[in-house]
Design a protein around this ligand. Structure first.
Ligand SMILES: Nc1nc2c(c(=O)[nH]1)N[C@H]1C(S)=C(S)[C@@H](COP(=O)(O)OP(=O)(O)OC[C@H]3O[C@@H](n4cnc5c(N)ncnc54)[C@H](O)[C@@H]3O)O[C@H]1N2
Ligand code: MOO
Ligand SMILES: [Mg+2]
Length: 689
C-alpha cells in the first residue's frame, strides 16, 4: 500500500513570526509516522487568522494534490484569538464527533483542563481534518488517542471499500485504541446561533426543516443605508502604471501629471506662407528674395534668416532663426522665378501690418514644459482629448486607478446555457442573467469574467466556484476584484449564497435584505483575500484587499436593477471616481460620480406605489424640445408589467423611476426622481444625458 499523505498546520501568531519557537510539529511527526503508514508530513505555520487557516486547509484538501489527513494544532482554546474551530468547521462536509469524543476522553484522563479544548474533526471531500491543542503535550496526547484509527478513517474517507477494510482486521484496531471508530457521516454540527455582527446569521445548510429560519435573520435596510454599507466596505482604489493607449480610456488619473515636453517644442508656423523678420511699426509690404524653404518635418539646424529676405514655410514647420512672423501665402504674389523656372526667386508681400509674433506658436505656448496637465481624479474620457494631450506631451505611461475586474456567476440547478440547442424540460430555464449582466458591465467599461453556472449543491460547486474566482484559477485566469452572483439569496433551502459566503469562505455579510422592489434579498459581503505568496500577478496593495461579493436576486429584473443600483457605485469607487475632490473644485461638471446620474422627471401617467418598499420602476425617459423637461413613461404598469421575473420590463428602459413607498399612486404630471441607466431619448433626436 502506498503511504498516506498528511499535513500538519501549526496555528500560532507567535510561531508564524518565529518558526523556531514551534515544538509541536516535531513532537507530532514521530507519532504519526511510527508505524510506517504515513509519509513524512508537510508542515506549515500560519497565524491565528481564519482566512489563513482556511486557505491553507483548502490548499491541502481541494485540487489534485490533496492530502489524506490534516492535523491542525493551536487556536482551539477559549482565548479571543483562538478561532481554529471556527475556521475549520465551515470547511467540513461530514463531521466526525467520535474522534472528538475520543480525544477529549483520553485527555480528561490526564487533566480536567481537557474540557477547555474545543476540538473539531471531520471530512472535507476526501481529507480527514482534525484539530489538536496547541501545546506539544496536549497535541501529542490527543493524536495518540486516535492515531491508530487514522489510516482506516482516511482510506474510507478517500473512498475505499469499508467491508474489505474491516475484513482486513480493523476490528482489532478498535479494541486496541479503546475508542469508537465511528467516523459518522451526515452528522450536523448544529445550527449556529448568531452572536456577533460577523458571526454567521445564515441557515446552516445541513440543518433540517425544524432548524431552518422561517423568517430572514437579516435586518431590512433602506436603500440609502445599504449604499452606505457598500461605500464603507468598498476598498480604496489601486494605483497602477499603464501605457498611454486605448486601454486607459475610462480610467481615472491617480496623480498630478506635468508636461514632460513643451508643445510645440520649437517656434512653429501656424499657416502656410513666408517667414519674415517683422518689426513693430514698420511696414511689411515689399518684394523679398526667398532665401530658404522650411517644411514641417525638417531635420537638422536651420540657416538663420538674413534681414531683407524671407523663407517659405509650411504649417507647423519651425521658423528659421531670426524670423519672428509668418505672412499667409494668400497675402503674397509671386514676383520672379529662378532661371530654370522651377522655384520662386522673389515674392511680393502685399500685407503691410504683420506684427512680430503673428502666425507663430511660441515654444510651450500650447503646453508649457513642466506645466500641470492633469490632476489626480481627472478622467481619461473616450472623447480623446485627454489621450491626445498625454500623447502630445510625450507621456508614455500614466498612473491610473485600476479598473476592477468583475466575475459574473449564475447559480441554480434549473439553469441551462441560453444558447443550449436542446428543448427545455421540467423546471429548466435559460440563464438570462449572465449574458445581460455581462453586457451591462462591459458597456460600463469594466473587464469581466464569465464564471459560468454553479449548481445548488450544498458541499461544493458554489464554494469551489467562488474560491477559484477569488484566487484567479479556473475560468478566472486572473483573480477578480468583485464577484456578482445571481440567484440563491432568498429563503429557500437551496438558497446557498449566504451560508456559503459566511460559513465556508469566512466572509462577512454586510446586508442581506433591502427594502426595495425589485431586489429585496440583495446581499452584499466582503471576503478576506490573501494572495498566494507565489502569485506574481498580485501587487502588495491588492494582497491586502478584501474581495467584494454582490449576491443579487435570481429574478432577472431584480438582478439587473440591483446591478445598476448597488454594484455600479462600488465599481465607480474602486475605479477611483470618488478620488476627484481636487478635480471637482475646478471642474464641477465631473460630479456626481458614483452610481447612476439622478434627474427629475415628469410622470406621463399614474404610477402605482408599493405600500412598503421603494420601487425602482423601469421607465423610458424622453426629453421634450419644447419645454426642456424630461418625461417618464413606464415600460409596463398593467398586470405583470413590473414583475421582477420579467426581464422585458428593462427592454428599452433607460431609467429607474424612484417611487417611495406609499398608498395609492403617484399621479400623472408629478415630478419624481429617476436614475438614468442610459441616454435620454428625444422625440426626433437622441440627446446625451
Ligand atoms: N419565502 C420567501 N420567498 C421569497 C422571498 C421572500 O422574501 N420570502 N423573496 C422573493 C424575492 S423578492 C425574490 S427577488 C426572489 C429571489 O430569489 P433568489 O435570489 O433566491 O433566486 P432563486 O430562488 O435562485 O431564483 C428566483 C427566480 O429567478 C430565476 N433565475 C435564477 N437565476 C436565473 C438566471 N441566471 N437567469 C434567469 N432566471 C434566473 C429562477 O429560476 C427563479 O424563477 O425570491 C423570492 N422568494
Ligand atoms: O424583490 Mo424581488 O426582486 O421583488 O422579486
Ligand atoms: Mg430562492
Amino acid at each position: 500500500m502506498d503511504k498516506l499523505k498528511a499535513g500538519i498546520l501549526i496555528v500560532s501568531d507567535t510561531a508564524s513570526q518565529d518558526p523556531a519557537s514551534d515544538q509541536t510539529a516535531s513532537a507530532l511527526t514521530p507519532i504519526l509516522t511510527a508505524e510506517g503508514k504515513w509519509e513524512s508530513p508537510a508542515i506549515k505555520i500560519v497565524p491565528d487568522n481564519v482566512f489563513h487557516i482556511q486557505q491553507s486547509v483548502c490548499d491541502w484538501t481541494d485540487g489534485p494534490n490533496w492530502y489524506n489527513l490534516i492535523l491542525l494544532s493551536g487556536g482551539t482554546g477559549f482565548a479571543v484569538r483562538d478561532n481554529t474551530p471556527e475556521a475549520v468547521s465551515p470547511l467540513i462536509h461530514r463531521h466526525a464527533p467520535g474522534l472528538v469524543h475520543g480525544m477529549i476522553a483520553a485527555s480528561l484522563k490526564v487533566t480536567p483542563f481537557a474540557m477547555m479544548s474545543r476540538p473539531v474533526a471531520g471530512v472535507r471531500d476526501k481529507t480527514l481534518i482534525i484539530t489538536l491543542p496547541g501545546s506539544p503535550k496536549g497535541a501529542v496526547e490527543n493524536l495518540e488517542a486516535v492515531v491508530k484509527l487514522l489510516p482506516h478513517a482516511c482510506l474510507q474517507s478517500a473512498g475505499a471499500n469499508s467491508r474489505n477494510m474491516h475484513a482486513a482486521g480493523v476490528k482489532s484496531l478498535e479494541v486496541e485504541a479503546g475508542v469508537s471508530a465511528g467516523v459518522s457521516s451526515g452528522v450536523s454540527s448544529g445550527s449556529s446561533v448568531p452572536k456577533a455582527r460577523t458571526a454567521p446569521q445564515s441557515n446552516d445548510p445541513s440543518a433540517g426543516p425544524g432548524r431552518r429560519y422561517r423568517s430572514s435573520p437579516y435586518p431590512m435596510l433602506s436603500v440609502e443605508d445599504a449604499l452606505c454599507e457598500v461605500s464603507e466596505h468598498t476598498p480604496a482604489p489601486i494605483v497602477i502604471e499603464a501605457p498611454v493607449n486605448t486601454s486607459v480610456v475610462g480610467s481615472v488619473i491617480a496623480e498630478d501629471i506635468y508636461a514632460a515636453e513643451a508643445v510645440p517644442a520649437y517656434r512653429a508656423s501656424i499657416v502656410d506662407g513666408y517667414a519674415i523678420i517683422a518689426s513693430e511699426g514698420a511696414s511689411t509690404n515689399g518684394t523679398f528674395p526667398v532665401a530658404s524653404i522650411t517644411h514641417a518635418n525638417v531635420g537638422g539646424a536651420l540657416e538663420p534668416l538674413q534681414s531683407g529676405t524671407i523663407a517659405r514655410i509650411t504649417t507647423g514647420a519651425p521658423l528659421p532663426p531670426n524670423a519672428n512672423a509668418v505672412v499667409m501665402v494668400e497675402d503674397t504674389e509671386l514676383a520672379t522665378t529662378t532661371p530654370d523656372g522651377n522655384e520662386e526667386a522673389t515674392v511680393h508681400i502685399l500685407a503691410e501690418d504683420i506684427l512680430p509674433g503673428e502666425n507663430v506658436r511660441e515654444p510651450g505656448s500650447d503646453v508649457a514644459l513642466g506645466s500641470k496637465i492633469f490632476a489626480r481624479g481627472d478622467i481619461i474620457s473616450p472623447v480623446g482629448g485627454e489621450i491626445g494631450l498625454l500623447a502630445a506631451t510625450g507621456t508614455r505611461t500614466v498612473k491610473v486607478f485600476k479598473k476592477p475586474t468583475v466575475g459574473v456567476l449564475s447559480t441554480g440547478d434549473e439553469l441551462v446555457e441560453h444558447d443550449d440547442p436542446r428543448t427545455l424540460t421540467g423546471g429548466q430555464i435559460r440563464d438570462s442573467n449572465r449574458p445581460s449582466l455581462l453586457s451591462c458591465l462591459k458597456s460600463w467599461g469594466f473587464q469581466t469574467v464569465d464564471l459560468g453556472i454553479a449548481r445548488d449543491t450544498p458541499a461544493g460547486e458554489l464554494e469551489h466556484a467562488l474560491r477559484d474566482s477569488l484566487r484567479g484559477v479556473g475560468r478566472a485566469s486572473s483573480s477578480v476584484d468583485v464577484i456578482v452572483t445571481t440567484g440563491g439569496v432568498s429563503m429557500g433551502e437551496l438558497d446557498l449564497l449566504k451560508p456559503t459566503i459566511e460559513r465556508s469562505l469566512g466572509g462577512t455579510i454586510h446586508f442581506g435584505r433591502v427594502s426595495m422592489k425589485p431586489g429585496k434579498p440583495t446581499t452584499f459581503a466582503t471576503v478576506p483575500f490573501k494572495a498566494a505568496a507565489t502569485d506574481s500577478r498580485v501587487t502588495t496593495q491588492q494582497e491586502r484587499q478584501s474581495k467584494l461579493i454582490f449576491s443579487l436576486p435570481g429574478n432577472p429584473a431584480s438582478a439587473l436593477v440591483t446591478l445598476n443600483l448597488f454594484v455600479l457605485p462600488s465599481l465607480h469607487k474602486l475605479s477611483g471616481l470618488g478620488e476627484s475632490s481636487q478635480a471637482l473644485a475646478t471642474k464641477p461638471w465631473l460630479a456626481p460620480h458614483l452610481g447612476l446620474p439622478r434627474v427629475a422627471v415628469v410622470l406621463t401617467h399614474h404610477f402605482p406605489l408599493d405600500p412598503k418598499r421603494t420601487e425602482y420602476h423601469r421607465a423610458v425617459v424622453t426629453g421634450s424640445r419644447s419645454d426642456g423637461r424630461l418625461y417618464a413613461t413606464s415600460t409596463g404598469v398593467e398586470g405583470v408589467g413590473q414583475r421582477s421575473s420579467r426581464v422585458g420590463s428593462l427592454v428599452s428602459a433607460n431609467a429607474l423611476v424612484v417611487l417611495r413607498a406609499g398608498r395609492g399612486v403617484c399621479i400623472k404630471g408629478e415630478i419624481v426622481e429617476a436614475l438614468m441607466m442610459g441616454s435620454v431619448y428625444g422625440s426626433d433626436t437622441r440627446i446625451i444625458c
